[in-house]
Design a protein around this ligand. Structure first.
Ligand code: GLA
Length: 380
């Protein structure tokens, strides 16, 4: 549903709208499961959005309509929600603002989304970032991008996922045709042009829904902290995993094989981010592809966040010449695969894998080309 139809919906329901904003989802080229440990990541905002339409209200609660779900709620920070209710992201964003002593009134909101839910492309961050921005505009809070990123990430942590700031940063600061190379330790960002002349980024949704709260995601975040603590017990000068080298990895290997695997993923993933940025700059598609496959291997075997369905997909994609590389993307345990493919090969690739995937798992695949797009946009 487009913004125009949503605006008509709003008009019929709540009256004349005052604000429209459009918030993209994100993909990540590389730098996976490293943001919460201060690593480097390379995400970009995509050409799929959550669109919000709103106006200020005088009621003591927020009226929020999820147009696509044909559902609505009257929400306050005290509302008791059923488990996993779609409005929990609005509620936790509200709580984050209130806990920061920000004075806000209420609003009426309609929203609609073209971002597939549960596919690992951050529809939840699009909601928290969009809602906070919308409140900032309506109530003259004048929140800068960095504080919105921080509040949105606190809001998501409050829903139970101990993630980093990658998603919110890409969504707010995205730039057309570029990815954001984010140092998640210093929060420094460099824009890297990722539009390649003869290739495209393809996203394949495995159809294995992932609600990260129900997965081992938080354990991985914890294990990374434990790996750092163990290294520090012998090498107190190390302040983040970014500083570790072969000596520290050897020490870990001897002390704790599980934590050693997690730290090895971080160490090599950091190197892969730098290598891919370099390869993208030189338009070396084969090299970019190899790094994507290496990253998948590491996420599958060292970090252990893949699943049989996605490992099968990667196996099939490796057999196709027009696929340069592919890997599981995002929080893992399902969700999507990001691939670098030859331009215009999308349809033929999907024809080659859809049937065998369905035969094996009885799941339908869906896919779309992702273009690096601008971040959050105020429409009016
Ligand atoms: C999820 C989290 C991000 C990041 C990725 C894994 O998308 O929200 O912060 O940790 O998983 O890279």
């Amino acid at each position: 549903m487009n913004l125009k139809i949503a605006a008509t919906h709003f008009l019929n329901k709540y009256g004349v709208p005052e604000l429209q904003i459009q918030v993209p989802g994100r993909v990540n080229i590389i730098g996976e499961h490293t943001d919460y440990s201060g690593g480097d990541v390379l995400p970009f905002a995509i050409n799929k959005h959550v669109s919000f339409i709103s106006k200020k209200s005088t009621l003591p609660y927020y009226r929020i309509t999820a147009i696509d779900l044909n559902d609505q709620i009257d929400l306050t920070t005290a509302t008791l929600l059923p488990k996993n209710h779609w409005s929990r992201y609005f509620k936790s964003a509200l709580a984050a603002l209130v806990n920061h002593d920000l004075k806000i009134g209420t609003t009426d909101i309609c929203f609609t989304s073209s971002i597939p839910m549960g596919a690992g492309v951050s529809s939840s961050s699009a909601i928290t970032c969009g809602f906070i921005k919308l409140l900032s505009i309506h109530f003259d809070l004048d929140l800068g991008d960095n504080i919105i990123i921080k509040l949105a990430s606190i809001a998501e942590n409050n829903t139970g996922v101990m993630g980093g700031v990658m998603d919110q940063t890409a969504i707010i600061k995205g730039k057309k045709d570029h990815a954001s190379l984010i140092n998640c330790n210093t929060k420094e960002i460099k824009n890297i042009r990722v539009k390649l002349p003869d290739h495209e980024w393809l996203l394949i949704n495995s159809g294995v829904q992932h609600n990260l709260v129900m997965t081992d995601y938080n354990n991985r975040s914890l294990e990374s902290q434990q790996a750092l603590l163990l290294i520090q017990s012998q090498f107190p000068e190390v302040t983040t995993l970014r500083e570790i080298d072969k000596t520290h990895l050897d020490f870990l290997r001897f002390k704790n094989s599980l934590l050693s695997k997690r730290a090895r993923h971080f160490y090599h993933e950091q190197k892969r981010v730098a290598k891919i940025v370099n390869a993208i700059g030189k338009n070396e598609s084969d090299k970019i592809g190899r790094l994507l496959y290496e990253c998948h291997d590491s996420l599958q075997n060292l970090y252990e966040v893949s699943c049989p369905e996605i490992d099968f997909l990667i196996h099939c994609l490796k057999e196709i010449d027009t696929v340069k590389g592919a890997r599981i993307m995002g929080g893992g345990f399902g969700g999507s695969v990001i691939c670098l493919i030859d331009k215009n090969a999308h349809t033929e690739i999907m024809e080659k894998i859809t049937l065998s995937y369905h035969d094996r798992f009885k799941i339908d695949l869906s896919s779309f080309i992702v273009d690096a797009s601008d971040g959050l946009k105020i429409i009016k």
